[in-house]
Unconditional design. Sequence first.
Lengths: 420, 82
Amino acid sequence: MQRVVVVGSGDGGTFTANLLASQLHDEIRGGLAEVQLVGEHLEHPFQPGNLDVAFKGASPDKYVKDETELLRKEVEFVQDPAVRIDLPSKTVTTKSGRVLGYNFLVIATGAVADPSKIPGLAEGAMNFHTGPQASHEIWEALQRFEGGTVVVAIAGTPHKCPPSPNEAAFMLDEFFRKRGMREKVKIKFLTPYPRPYPAEKISHVVEPMFTGKGIEVTTFFNVDSVDPVQRKIYSMEGETFDYDMLIAIPPHHGADVIINSGIGDADGYVPTDKGTMRVVGQEGVYCIGDATNIPVSKSGVVAHLQSVVVAHNIAAEMENSKDLLEYNGRINCPMEVGSRRAIFVSATYTSPPTDQTPSIVKYYMKRSFAIIYWRALNGSLERIFDVFFGKTRYPATSQTEPEKPLMMTSASEGGGKRDE
Amino acid sequence: MSATEQHKVVDSRGSFCPGPITDLFKAYRSSQLGDVIELLATDPAAKADVTAWAQKSGNELLDIVDEQGYIRIIVKITKKRG
């Protein structure tokens, strides 16, 4: 019996479990393999939907489905959070004390947005990174807002969904314009980066649009603390701004199970090979998505594309095949810029950003992701994705450069490691 | 440099924008006045980014050295809240 345990039931964990169940269908039916998915929650959110909840008033439950509805029947869902991963003994211990042994392990425990890491941030700021309910609180506050200064601040990097702070500013601008009160509101965007978007080519698109919409930008602003009583936000560099409403992207770190198991770096992210997605120095252990320490976007698309590589590699390893695949670093992060326009921030480890123009087609493509996401989790859309994304994986042994993406070649989040 | 002041080496070689400056900020967050941060980077954009940050924030850019295949940027922390 070959047992695969997937820890974490977000986008990457759910999709990997389904892919493995599909690829190992005969083995599972024959009692030769087993796929267990360990997760905490029955509710599975489509996280990009948080922006719609916060700034367009979508219901907090609109983008949430029952995890069991998303899983293939061959997957055993263990709704009992993992509290300990012991790599030497190849076991995962759950909160209830259940000990799961494995032959192969996939770590998909994500990243945790944690406002408590900055003094005053939890009390003084709202956010759309800790879930639909927190996002709904922004929408409710916007209904009461009569005018003043709204500050959007990036309070830690890296964070999930790199374009989301910029999107928030664009969506706030649109919200206040539609309400006919834009002139009563100052929108301020505070970023630690040298420019409005970290990748320079994307910043070339964003910066003039921010200027045109009257969104003020302050760069090199590393949030030090927030005074929720005086409504002030301070940077480590010594700048201070007043706010009437503060929407902040909290600092992120790895999951508690990674930190408590001592298998992460200083921030709780798992050292992972950026190609094979193997955990460094571990046989049969893989890591995907936000949980890795790979300097690539923390986003669902990345987790999805890495899942394909990992499921393939585990199936290959089970057959003692050397036919492993490597992920090429492809990212594809849509950014809504207002007026029903969007851009796609996309790149690979070796393809640097390029300029692009906001388009209505990309806007509707972005909107459609919220619909197709649920079907994508069961693997039924892979052929379409293969056409859309182009080649995102290549044989591990070839060491050849991946081909250029077929479509939407544009920009990087930056911060990636170039192939040497 | 006093006994309590630290010299930190931040190795961002292989990382490209905004990797080096982000790594510098991580070290800055845990630094105290008087500490020296030495940033190693292969991305040439790090020069301009760190120079602009030091200029704006009031921290002291001590040196930028072109080494074989990488850049060594040395910053002294002279401005930090708290």
